[in-house]
Design a protein around this ligand. Structure first.
Ligand code: SF4
Ligand code: SF4
Length: 85
């Protein structure tokens, strides 16, 4: 039986399934406030954050805009803005 669930399953499936267009709100990082602590990286459910040179970088191809990173950031370095499509 073939299932049509609209998902890309199997090895590498989550990499192929770019979920950034699902987003209604976009996290924006203030590089002056971010100290690269990595807390947002640990909480992001979509593994869409990396820390480069002590700054949080968001991968907008996969970020779904859930806002967890903004909620957890101890320095209020991330704000959620309405996505413009
Ligand atoms: S939690 Fe905040 S301060 Fe820490 S890396 Fe993320 S954005 Fe920067
Ligand atoms: S908004 Fe959600 S999915 Fe996007 S970077 Fe923050 S925690 Fe990750």
């Amino acid at each position: 039986m073939k299932l049509n669930v609209g998902a890309v399953c199997g090895p590498g499936g989550s990499k192929k399934n770019k979920t950034g267009h699902w987003r209604s709100f976009r996290p924006k990082v203030d590089p002056e406030a971010c100290n690269g602590c990595g807390i947002c990286f640990m909480y992001c459910p979509d593994a869409s954050i990396k820390i480069v040179d002590k700054i949080c970088i968001i991968d907008y191809e996969y970020c779904k805009g859930c806002g967890i990173c903004a909620h957890e950031c101890p320095r209020d370095a991330i704000t959620m803005e309405e996505e413009r499509k």
